[in-house]
Design a protein. Sequence first.
Length: 169
Amino acid sequence: MNARNILIPLLCIGAVAFACGPRSHSEASLVTTNIATAEPSPAHHVSKRQPLQNVTKVTGRFAVTAEQNAIRFALDVTNDGKKNVELEFPNGQRYDFAVIDNSTGREVYRWAADRMFTQSVQNASLGGGETMHIAEHAAKTLPRGSYVAVATLRSVNFPVQERVAFDMP
């Protein structure tokens, strides 16, 4: 018997078994969390008389500290709801920080510019009232001037972007 005659059916059976296999706990909770907490899309009609209930809101608070030889970023992401939320990221890059020069409008720094990230979908759970703290620093010397730092949480289902103006001494 030819090896090809055996190999192709085995590969097909394996693919079907993989596709129909059980979901992990985090994937199952993601489905129920999105249904229960996500805001309706603009295509859905919502009556003006019925207020939205159980809508979870994830908010951010961003702080920047400018030093002579470094810039420190701190992003706090808080689940303002009572239920857990599952943050979904399209790849290993969960956040990013950028600095824009106010005088020219040009980007002068991006934290993720020279970094590589895994290309697999990532999830992170954030409990009700819980805060995720993200801190990074840039060993970057910028000329004196006025800048805007932009922090981005790259979540697909709960994106957050915060801006803070700061001056370099």
